[in-house]
Design a protein around this ligand. Sequence first.
Ligand code: AMP
Ligand code: ZN
Ligand code: FE
Ligand code: FE
Length: 287
Amino acid sequence: MRLADLHCHTTASDGTLTPAELVRLASEIGLAAVGVTDHDSVDGIAAAQAEGRRLGVEVIPGLELNTDYEGSEIHILGYYMNLGSRQLQLGLANLRDARNLRVKLIVEKLAQIGLKVDLCRIMEIASDGAVGRPHVAQAMIEKGYVSSIKQAFDQYIGTGCPAYVSRYKLTPQQGIGLIRQANGVAVLAHPGLVRRDDLIKCFIDAGLNGIEVYHTSHTPAYEKRYAELAERLGLLLTGGSDFHGPGRKEGISLGDRTVSLETVRKLTKLHEEMEKWQEHSQNRPND
Ligand code: AMP
Ligand code: ZN
Ligand code: FE
Ligand code: FE
């Protein structure tokens, strides 16, 4: 069966492979398609698609928004957004600014507890990508303050730790709206990690189209549960590994969770229907 891994990160956010490297790896392991879903960024998509055309790997353009619902961190995946959408670009620019400010505040908090980490070095590690705590952790490892990313989160920068700083986040409904207004397909990421199934109906009202049923954090029991839930609610089923490249999220490899190309076509078809519907409503005379 030809398979697709629909949840991967690159250097456009906190992954360690460039978009082209990710696609080359997908080609090497025989994936038919790969979804590029960077945090708050669509900047890796063009390079991934160019490499995909060269190697015959289908690149599904995507994005992952980390949103907040009353303290629960809810991740929303988007696929096939119109990248030219002004609202999407503005929304992502705001999130990017919030990330930059947050990292600056984290560096200040670290300094207060005697850990001097250079902001410029963190930005350099993030290169042009959306900067995040994994980049801060990397800089802390370089300075010898911690020996792993996990230790940095557990002791210093994770929720409730001395250098934790919260970040401006959209609500899940705003995130879904941002994706949908750009004619993207909105999918609830790894619901098994968050366990807020009570909110799914409300997300559907906001425009949710699918659930990420298959994810490396999901047990077989969760996969069964969310597959049934998606079927019952008439939502699309998606899946992916959440691969971040070597050196990030140890133990997760590209292709660890996949869906069939048939599943991908359902996503594509829904997006095409959204585009047609939009054209139709734009062409309709005002009455
Ligand atoms: P940020 O986007 O700055 O909030 O950082 C969140 C990212 O850090 C997540 O997407 C994960 O990739 C990573 N992360 C979160 N918690 C941990 C942890 N305990 N250990 C390692 N990585 C983590
Ligand atoms: Zn990440
Ligand atoms: Fe996530
Ligand atoms: Fe992810």
